[in-house]
Design a binder for this molecule. Structure first.
Ligand code: NAD
Ligand code: MG
Length: 339
């Protein structure tokens, strides 16, 4: 059993007063998920994020973009105006509830005409990777979660055992086979992402399909039955031929690509730096100094085509946990050098 130093990134415990409203919010969310009657009521008063064929609706807001919501009444009007039955609202899926316990849903209106919808809603249905780059703060993970849940329902219409149709419960927290009652829950695939370091350098890699110049931390899906630590060791050995000798948990992130992964991030160290890169998985892997990494972080996203000559190294954007891992390594290196 691999023993590493685990120091969980703990969220500061909420104070006693706030925890009562937090607990109330989470208990209401549980009721919404599990109790169709509670959810049916909430569908009349909740707020709705809208999608069109899994593209989220974004609206220009100042110098940036926001993710607008519509009320149940506005949604009814829009659906009626576009000739759809109001029942369509029951295709919505629950994505959360506000601190004041207003239920938040996501609904895909892919059956309606897109451009007239965008005109009515004063927004644009946007390709998800682009939308996530345009959004700030909590909007990006929320849109990613909603799209992943809508996509899961779209791709799990039939029972994999009987082949018969499945039906979602009202909140969309599960699907049930119409004949044998088998219950399906939305899945995330666990993926480990490790920033490997050796003395004062860290290791970044790229796959052939990555945007030109982008390097990121090593990552890999967990095989069935593996512990996270075993996946870290296996993936690092598989991809760059090194043996991990210590690892430290950093944090986690839901990642909607290619289909809903749970990224579990850690810092890992190795005892030697001789790389043996597995070219069937990686196009390249390199050790980078603190200075090179700081330059890459400064550079931000580089939109250059491979044919434009030498492309400077860049790393995933701020909302990717790889970026956080890399930034955390820089801070530790600087704290270490400042003694
Ligand atoms: N959020 C971030 O900062 C960040 C950074 C890097 C990679 N990622 C994501 O991590 C994931 C894993 O990266 P990777 O490509 O290096 O993985 P990987 O090294 O495991 O190689 C991918 C291979 O894993 C296999 N696989 C096993 N289970 C799978 C599953 N459930 N879904 C898809 N493939 C599965 C497939 O054969 C696939 O070709 C990717 O989805 C990638 O987008 C996220
Ligand atoms: Mg990998």
């Amino acid at each position: 059993m691999f023993r590493g130093i685990i120091n969980l990134r703990l969220i500061a415990p909420v104070c006693a007063r706030r925890s009562s409203s937090y607990v109330k919010q989470k208990r209401y969310l549980f009721d919404l998920k599990e109790n169709d009657d509670v959810c049916r009521q909430a569908l009349k008063s909740g707020s709705f994020y809208l999608f069109h064929d899994l593209l989220p609706l974004l609206r220009k807001s100042g110098s940036g973009f926001s993710v607008p919501t519509v009320s149940a009444q506005e949604l009814q009007r829009t659906i009626n105006k576009h000739g759809q039955d109001e029942q369509k609202i029951e295709d919505a899926v629950l994505v959360g509830c506000s601190k004041s316990c207003v239920a938040e849903f996501a609904l895909d209106l892919g059956c309606l005409e897109k451009s007239s919808l965008e005109a009515d809603l004063d927004g644009t249905f946007t390709f998800l990777p682009k939308a996530l780059l345009l959004l700030e703060g909590k909007c990006a993970p929320l849109v990613a979660q909603a799209q992943a849940l809508l996509r899961w329902h779209e791709t799990h219409q039939f029972c994999s055992k009987t082949g018969n149709p499945t039906k979602k419960n009202l909140s969309g927290s599960k699907r049930i086979c119409s004949t044998n009652g088998l219950i399906y829950y939305p899945q995330m695939s666990p993926v480990v992402i490790s920033l490997v370091s050796y003395k004062d350098r860290c290791l970044l890699a790229r796959q052939e399909g990555f945007p030109a110049g982008m390097y990121t931390a090593l990552s890999g899906f967990c095989d069935i039955g593996e512990t996270l630590e075993e996946t870290v060791r296996r993936e690092v050995a598989e991809e760059v031929g090194l043996e991990v000798d210590s690892l430290r948990y950093y944090g986690s992130q839901h990642w909607p690509f290619p289909s809903s992964s749970l990224m579990v991030a850690c810092q890992a160290t190795v005892q030697q730096d001789k790389l043996n890169v597995n070219k069937s998985e990686l196009e390249d892997a390199r050790w980078f100094t603190l200075e090179e990494i700081e330059e890459a972080l400064q550079r931000g996203i580089v939109h250059l085509k491979p044919e434009s000559g030498t492309i400077p190294i860049w790393v995933p954007p701020k909302w990717a946990i790889a970026h956080e891992l890399i930034t955390s390594w820089v801070q530790e290196q600087k704290a270490h050098s400042n003694g």
